[in-house]
Design a protein around this ligand. Structure first.
Ligand code: MGD
Ligand code: MGD
Ligand code: SF4
Ligand code: MO
Length: 857
């Protein structure tokens, strides 16, 4: 191990030397400023890449980053010298290369980070039972052995289990549950995380569970759309890789793009023909105003704006004549929009007064969508990560249904986010299972919801359902994976909790926020240091990765850590994990990989396996015929299904349902898309927080736009007059890469503030500001911009909290230090509904975080 460390160190020095020479070559070669000169340069570079000895190994880029790309690492003498991306195919619009973003290309700086956790560490003042718990987060660290670390963990598990019970042990992620389930289990967590109100609710009114793949058509079909609305989505940042390129093909094919977003995003810049700024969390009101326009202007003969045929055959609840049996006919959507019973028409004027969008603009886009033959209404999850947005997905789908933009070529309405951005449909190529037996069942049923979790632990009571509060007494927290203390609502409560419980453990790569507030931290391997596996992303491609380097220092795989702790608790490795070796697990995944057949009707094995392969790998298995050899997979690291327009792999969401709704009903009580849904209403009620109507009525968000006023009717501004959103930006994949030196340089972590708001507060670009919400304060350097709607603050998601012990103020721009533990409806984590204000910071100005020390231990 020491030998490897020296090699990495030597490499770092020689890399610096290399960059020096590289820069000189670049300057010289560019001087002629001719195309020829540049060509010569790339030829020189290509040659130097080839001359290098060593092997290019497919390397994982494993993050929850919304994209997925091919990464290859050049390994010389056990050390990664370079990374490159997809050059396995010619790049073309139909079959783009799966090219890595800036984060993937900086991956080496993560794996070889000087701040990697090298050894198991113990908090200096830890004692059984916790010792001085208030020192968590500030205490020093001491190196300990794996044996000591696992001894301490096992004995604390036993102590806490005996002194309290298993309901006092919280696991926030990872697979440590495999060991804990054998000794009586642990409390779990759940939440709507990414999806907001798209997570569970949509299944109740007719969409499959809020996941990505099923509500929109595939990327080839996007080129048939004449109008594409990007409603609260910014693929250029949050779905890097091919999605933005695919949208560009749709644009080249003639589509007009409208972007509805409080921020003039990079996607708006690249694709948008029009940008419509909207106050965060008021999208529902805006869409009601649009619905009002087309309901009042629709004339089936002279000016047809509503697709009555689709509404009648495929939906229930739109008007009095379409109500499901047994319902109150007055509770129909159209009457609500017109204000028949409540006396409040949801017209464009009403919508404008909430959303901030001009009345004429609301009417115009409503008409434009309704009169375009083939439109795509696409939304990300950000507008659904809003407290009280439980009816928003139903509203979005209702508008799509009214305009008939569903289930036909070039016509679609739904979620376009993460891996499924602009590319709906089932995956075309899949990895197989590893063959590890399932974990023993967890006997503890309690599960805490993210949105209230930290407050619930603090107060000793959590919500288990409608009228169902239960007591809870957490004394141990095991962070097996994830960045829970950083990424869940109400971080200030979370920090308090971490200073109160008796024992906290984290497996991780760095002194992340979870680790910082722990007693014991255990160094985990990264995917580059493991046997291998598959990563999935968009539906066309499957990525294979294998071991690039040996484990750094004393890092161990999470599975091994769980096994060691299981053994200290008295169980054999087999009892914890089964006896399938890591090599066999990898082989099983390869052998079980499948790809769509040419007819697009079924799946067939992806990888050919010969007798020689079996003996070379030393695994059990059978020979099979597939499309590619194991050697090709190991070399290329990607299999991408070849696409062309009109091929057999296209996907039109809900097509069969629209063609024959009787023969292909949706999974609702009525078999239809339910604009009136008692099932949705009941579901939301059953969770135990706020309730909703069966039709998509507008509920102002808690900490939403309306609350920026002390009196919304008379428009008196309140103490917290601004709204904070947390865009997912390219510096990080959530919290990951926040410590990456290259990315710190490439992407400063400034808070985005609108020029008008900055002027009002005497703040200039580059000033340090203090942003304060109801729940906490954070310092950041201000990026003053015209690209943000006045009234909105863009605090980018995922920075690692850094509480100043003197002031109690966060210095790092942590998004969740501004959010509270507030659960609504289906327990939405409504981060994008947070109200705040900012002011110029009169203390010592912040340094850019590229100058900050890394947390090395
Ligand atoms: N305020 C606010 N909060 C948010 C959001 C927001 O927009 N605003 N977005 C939310 C969303 S959409 C999401 S998905 C969540 C993400 O929340 P998390 O999943 O908690 O975030 P990540 O940063 O991806 O955390 C992954 C962590 O696991 C570690 N890790 C990675 N691989 C391994 C491994 O193999 N072993 C071990 N032991 N550790 C590993 C990484 O180093 C990192 O610390 O955040 C949510 N939180
Ligand atoms: N670079 C990067 N990419 C990522 C991630 C990451 O951390 N970093 N995380 C990945 C994960 S797990 C997820 S869940 C996805 C999240 O993907 P999204 O939910 O699409 O991501 P966001 O970047 O939060 O928001 C997208 C756009 O919505 C806008 N927006 C915010 N609030 C509102 C609103 O109330 N109304 C409207 N109309 N627009 C609004 C934002 O300004 C932004 O331009 O991103 C994935 N991709
Ligand atoms: S988009 Fe994701 S998978 Fe692709 S290079 Fe970036 S971080 Fe890696
Ligand atoms: Mo997410």
């Amino acid at each position: 191990m020491f030998e490897l460390f020296n090699r990495v160190k030597a490499f770092k020095i020689s890399r610096r030397a290399f960059i020096g020479t590289g820069a000189a070559v670049t300057a010289g070669a560019v001087l002629p400023a001719s195309a020829n000169g540049l060509k010569k340069l790339s030829a020189v570079q290509a040659e130097s890449l080839q001359q290098e000895e060593g092997e290019w190994i497919p390397a994982a880029c494993w993050h929850n980053c919304g994209g997925r790309c091919l990464l290859k690492a050049q390994v010389v003498d056990g050390v990664v010298k370079r990374v490159k991306t997809d050059d396995t195919r010619e790049d073309s619009p139909d079959n783009p290369q799966q090219r890595a973003c800036v984060r993937g290309r900086s991956q080496r700086q993560q794996v070889y980070g000087v701040d990697r956790l090298k050894y198991p560490m113990k908090r200096k003042h830890w004692e059984p039972g916790g010792g001085d718990k208030s020192r968590r987060g500030e205490d020093e660290w001491e190196r300990i052995s794996w044996d000591e670390a696992t001894d301490i963990i096992a004995s604390e598990i036993k102590r806490i289990k005996n002194q309290y019970d298993n309901r006092s042990i919280l696991v926030t992620g990872g697979d440590i549950g495999r060991a804990l389930n054998l000794v009586g289990g642990h409390v779990s967590t759940w939440g709507t995380t990414s999806w907001g109100s798209w997570r569970w609710g949509p299944a109740y009114f007719g969409l499959q569970e809020g996941y990505f793949e099923h509500s929109i058509n595939d990327r080839m079909d996007l080129r048939n759309s004449q109008l594409i609305v990007l409603w609260g989505m910014n693929p250029a940042w949050s779905s890097p890789g091919s999605p933005t390129y695919n949208f560009l093909q749709a644009k080249k094919a003639g589509a007009r793009f409208i972007v509805i977003d409080p921020m003039y995003s990079e996607s708006a810049e690249l694709l948008g023909d029009e940008w419509i700024p909207v106050h965060p969390g008021t999208d529902h009101a805006l869409m009601l105003g649009m619905a009002h326009t087309i309901i009042t202007e629709d004339d089936p003969d002279q000016n047809p704006l509503i697709d009555w045929d689709f509404l009648k055959s495929c939906t229930v609840g739109f008007d009095e004549s379409m109500m499901p049996e047994g319902s109150d006919s007055k509770q129909n959507f159209k009457d609500y929009v017109l204000g028949i019973h409540d006396g409040e028409p949801k017209d464009a004027e009403w919508a404008s007064s909430i959303s901030g969008v001009d009345v004429t603009m609301i009417k115009r886009i409503a008409r434009e969508i309704a009169t375009t033959n083939r439109a795509a209404l696409l939304t990300g999850w950000a507008p659904a990560r809003i407290k009280n947005s439980d009816s928003w997905p139903q509203m979005f789908m209702t508008f799509g249904a009214m305009t008939g933009h569903m289930a036909q070529a070039g016509r679609m309405t739904g979620v376009s986010c993460h891996f499924g951005t602009g590319n709906g449909g089932p995956r075309l190529v899949n990895g197989g299972g590893a063959g590890v037996p399932p974990s023993a069942e967890n006997p503890v049923e309690d599960s805490l919801v993210h949105a209230e979790m930290w407050k619930a632990i603090k107060e000793g009571e959590y919500t288990a359902g409608y009228n169902d509060k239960r007591d809870i007494n957490i004394q141990m927290i095991y962070h097996g994976m994830g960045a829970t203390l950083q990424t869940r609502d109400g971080q200030a409560n979370g920090i308090d909790v971490h200073k109160e419980v008796e024992f906290v453990v984290t497996n991780g790569h760095f002194i992340t926020t979870n680790a910082k507030y722990s007693d014991i931290v255990l160094p985990a391997t990264t995917h580059w240091e493991r046997e291998g596996g598959f990563n999935t992303g968009n539906r066309d491609a499957l990525f294979y990765y294998r071991r690039v380097i040996e484990p750094m220092f004393e890092a161990k795989d999470d599975a091994e850590i769980t096994t060691m702790i299981g053994e200290k608790l008295g169980f054999s490795a087999e009892e914890v994990y089964g006896d399938v070796s890591a090599r066999q697990q990898l082989f099983n995944q390869i052998a079980g990989a499948t790809v769509i057949n040419e007819a697009g009707t079924d799946f067939e094995p992806l990888v050919t396996i010969t007798k020689d392969d079996l003996s070379e790998w030393g695994v059990e298995g059978q020979t099979q015929q597939g499309r590619i050899s194991i050697q090709e997979l190991e070399e290329k690291g990607v299999y991408q299904v070849e696409r062309k327009p009109g091929d057999n792999y296209g996907y039109i969401a809900q097509e069969a349902f629209r063609q024959d709704p009787e023969a292909n009903p949706l999974a609702t009580a009525t078999g239809k898309l339910e604009i009136y849904s008692e099932a949705l209403q009941e579901y939301v009620k059953s969770i135990g927080f706020t309730e909703i109507d069966p039709i998509p009525t507008y509920n102002p968000a808690i900490e939403g736009y309306e609350e920026t006023y002390s009196n919304f009717n008379s428009r008196e501004k309140g103490d917290l007059p601004l709204q904070v959103i947390n865009p997912h930006y390219l510096r990080r994949a959530h919290t990951i890469f926040d410590n990456n030196p290259w990315l710190r340089e490439a992407w400063p972590n400034h808070v985005y503030v609108a020029s008008a708001d900055a002027d009002e507060r005497g703040v200039k670009d580059g000033d340090t500001v203090k942003v304060t919400s109801k729940h906490g304060s954070t310092l950041r350097i201000a990026h003053v911009t015209e690209r943000l709607m006045p009234g909105t603050v863009g605090l980018m998601h995922g920075a690692w909290v850094e509480i100043d012990p003197e002031t109690g103020i966060d210095r790092a721009g942590s998004d969740n230090i501004l959010t509270g533990s507030i659960a609504t409806g289906q327990a939405i984590s409504g981060w994008n509904s947070t109200i705040a204000d900012f002011e110029k910071w009169e203390g010592i100005p912040l340094k850019e975080d590229k100058h900050w020390e890394l947390r090395t231990v």
